[in-house]
Design a binder for this molecule. Structure first.
Ligand code: NAP
Length: 262
């Protein structure tokens, strides 16, 4: 079900996310950092999940310096975490808050850009694990907390190459196709019986370390910085996204309209 809102043009009101607890993976850099800051600026309490604690601490400091509520730092390496560690994160949030209002699966691994014929099998497994299996596993342990919230939102991160395959994007593209499928299955399972909504967001080409790795020859200014694409995230994670589930949403105007490739 999709509402008529246009998330990328959404303007969240000040304090619109107040009272919401939002967990974000890969919150230490790039898009995750920008969305964490934007959520906190709009009143949310954020749980910063990531594998590099020093980066999470920097984001913590930025949020507090900007006047946001004190975040929670939750170290989690999605590639190496055991089931026990996933459970411990959920238990920690459950004990302290008893619910979770938003879960943004943002962390991602690019892997190699190489032909399928030569794609390294162990690397393929790592990319699929971080981008798909770990996001599934984290969602699974968080579902009781999401159900306990009055209006929870789960947002998975897709990509242009997760909607239309492109040569040499290998495991990354396939993992994003899997994410689009996971969103459809989970949204269908939860709609009607819970208020938990589940959507996918494609950030579009954005100035981050991953973008630099994928397009080393591109001028950084060719694509917007993460801070410029947060509107759709605020919409879907907050009350603006009510009524939208099972959708796949763009955070930016289509790449063709901007003259870039996403
Ligand atoms: P980024 O700056 O490279 O950020 C990726 C994040 O994922 C980092 O915070 C990284 O943590 C985290 N991460 C990677 N492996 C992890 C692991 N094993 N455990 C926990 N965290 C891990 O890239 P980004 O561009 O912001 O990417 C964010 C999302 O947007 C990704 O899902 C990506 O596929 C998607 N996306 C990006 C673009 C774009 O143009 N930038 C376009 C389409 C989709 P560390 O900092 O500790 O390494």
């Amino acid at each position: 079900m999709t509402s008529t809102i246009e998330p990328r043009l959404y303007r969240a009101a000040p304090g619109e996310l107040a009272g919401r607890l939002i967990a974000i993976t890969g919150a230490g850099s790039g898009i995750g950092r920008a969305v964490a800051l934007a959520c906190a600026t709009h009143g949310a309490e954020v749980v910063l999940l990531g594998r590099t604690v020093a980066k999470l601490e920097r984001v913590y400091d930025e949020i507090v310096a900007a006047g946001g509520a004190e975040p929670v730092i939750a170290p989690l390496d999605l590639e190496k975490a055991t089931a026990k560690e996933f459970d411990a994160i959920a238990a920690g949030i459950g004990t302290r808050y008893g619910r979770l209002d938003g879960l943004l699966h943002n962390a991602g691994l690019l892997g190699d850009l190489s032909p399928i014929e030569h794609y390294d099998v162990p690397l393929w497994t790592r990319v699929m694990h971080v981008n798909v299996t770990a996001a599934f596993a984290l969602t699974q342990v968080m579902l009781p907390l999401l159900r306990a919230a009055p209006d929870a939102s789960v947002l998975f991160t897709s990509s242009g190459v997760g909607r239309r395959g492109r040569a040499y994007w290998g495991a990354y593209a396939v993992s994003k196709f899997a994410i689009e499928g996971l969103v459809q299955v989970l949204a269908d399972e939860l709609s009607g019986t819970t208020s938990v909504r589940v959507n996918a967001i494609n950030p579009g080409g954005t100035r981050t370390a991953m973008r630099r790795a994928a397009y080393p020859a591109e001028m950084p200014e060719a694509v917007p910085p993460p801070e410029a694409i947060t509107a759709a995230y605020l919409c879907l994670l907050g009350p603006g996204g009510r009524g939208t589930t099972g959708a796949t949403v763009d955070a930016q105007a289509p790449a063709a309209a901007r003259g870039t490739v996403s």
